[in-house]
Design a binder for this molecule. Sequence first.
Ligand code: ACO
Length: 330
Amino acid sequence: MKGIKILGIGAFAPSNVVSNDDFSKIVDTSDEWIYSRTGMKKRHLSKGEPTWFLAKSACEDALKKSGLKAEDIDLIIVATITPDYFTPSMACIIQRELGIEKCIAVDVNAACSGFIYGIDMASKYIACGDARNAIVVGAENLSKITDYTDRASCVLFGDGAGACVLTAGEGTFATYLGADGSGAKFMVARQIPPRNMIINGDEPEFDDGIPKSKEHYLFMDGKEVYKFAIKALPHAVEMACKKAGISVEDIALIIPHQANIRIIETAAQRLGVPMDKMQVNIEEYGNTSSASIPLALNEAYEKGKVKKGDKVCLVGFGAGLTYGAVLYEI
Ligand code: ACO
């Protein structure tokens, strides 16, 4: 499989910052509890900026840094679980906003693994020649679906977007993806049910095996997701290494999904990797689902934590349940 090269990374987060203390004004919680259980201090929450706006801002940043022009992009993939519309896709809106006349544009929903799934798809389009350059962006307004009366989940989530411009590259490259739908019930935000004016009153009930959550708000069984995450993260890294024919020690930096510092620490321990090889920015952003990995990736590049020839592993897990890793060489 041909490799990828990241030409530019961009990020955007709403300017509105909410602290742990802000949450203690609306639910029974404290800075001490949130920080010690999750590693989070702040998160950026949209004051009305729509998801497409977050995505577009991150894409513009990535495009500018890549040195490419909008017309060089043949493929846009937006990873999100909080799009603004059933239709059109966020990707078509981004295409319009970037002024790209013709390209392939599609959204993917793989929750917090969405950016990983997006990179995997883009790499395959690039390898087969259907795209020269692609933009993959993870963008979320999790505040749309967060239940701000549920202290166990509302403190965890933030809004933001991260994007990267990709092209074909050389060197180590492997992706490893998976899903386990038996865990679909552990993290749920329900859509509106089918209802219409023609058939009314005698609709059959369908049991989808998912507990009835409150309206469209996110329900999460934190303990089950936690148990899954501490297995899925090391597994995905190890499998990507195996596919690439390298060992975990060869990785210069791991960029994990930022869901909980304890999950990241446990994954590092299981992989036998020191914490300074794990990129962490959870204090600043909380969990931004599909935006979390590219936001952390952007920070790693901006802080000069990686250099040419380094092997980097992006790894995520999320609702679905989904998981996956992308291993590439800079
Ligand atoms: N403030 C104060 N107390 C709280 C809070 C809070 N915000 N939330 C829960 N508690 C209480 C609980 O009620 C419980 O009280 P009790 O002992 O009296 O019953 C106590 O704290 C302990 O609760 P636990 O659920 O056992 O806390 P835990 O240490 O497991 O941490 C957490 C909970 C942070 C949710 C953890 O389970 C976790 O991180 N799970 C993974 C979540 C995750 O990764 N989600 C993202 C998936 S990715 C995606 O797709 C978006």
